[in-house]
Design a protein. Structure first.
Length: 159
């Protein structure tokens, strides 16, 4: 009889222990989930940081950047990908995309060039930009498609 009582008590303690453990797991999971969602909300609503005041990692001519990608794309990606690059070159083309924003292509040494996609806040500066004009543009290198691509670009001079 005494043995049955202690087995019953042990079983109740085990149930309490497992219930307590489940509560801790649910609470920890809920806390982690709410923290993750809060961080995601913060990142989603964080204002875009432009590169206007950032110092470029590289300053070079458009032809040089295109040539480096032509010679060895993997090596050029290791060097430039995701970095702020300032290029100087001649505007070979200025177009508007489907949203009405200007995009500029700088001449390269051959058929390839540098495609520049601009921040919204500098679109007004692009209206006066002419094909054949020498310009310095700073942007973030995202690699090469047909042209080397710079995004979030700003004009460093518009003389």
């Amino acid at each position: 009889m005494h043995n049955q009582k202690s087995t019953s008590q042990f079983s109740q303690n085990q149930k309490r222990s497992s219930t307590l453990m489940m509560k801790k797991i649910i609470l920890s999971t809920g806390l982690a989930l709410s923290t993750g969602l809060g961080f995601a909300y913060y990142l989603y609503n964080k204002p875009h940081q432009g590169i206007s005041n950032e110092t470029p990692a590289f300053v070079l001519k458009a032809e040089t950047l295109v040539s480096e990608y032509d010679v060895d794309e993997k090596k050029a990606n290791a060097k430039y990908l995701g970095k702020i690059v300032e290029v100087s070159g001649i505007v070979s083309e200025k177009t508007k995309d489907r949203t009405g924003n200007y995009n500029v292509t700088l001449q390269g040494p051959d058929l390839a060039g540098i495609g520049c996609e601009f921040e919204n806040k500098v679109q007004n500066k692009l209206a006066s930009l002419k094909e054949g004009q020498e310009v310095k543009i700073k942007g973030i290198c995202t690699g090469v498609l047909m042209d080397v691509v710079l995004v979030d670009c700003v004009i460093e001079n518009n003389d």
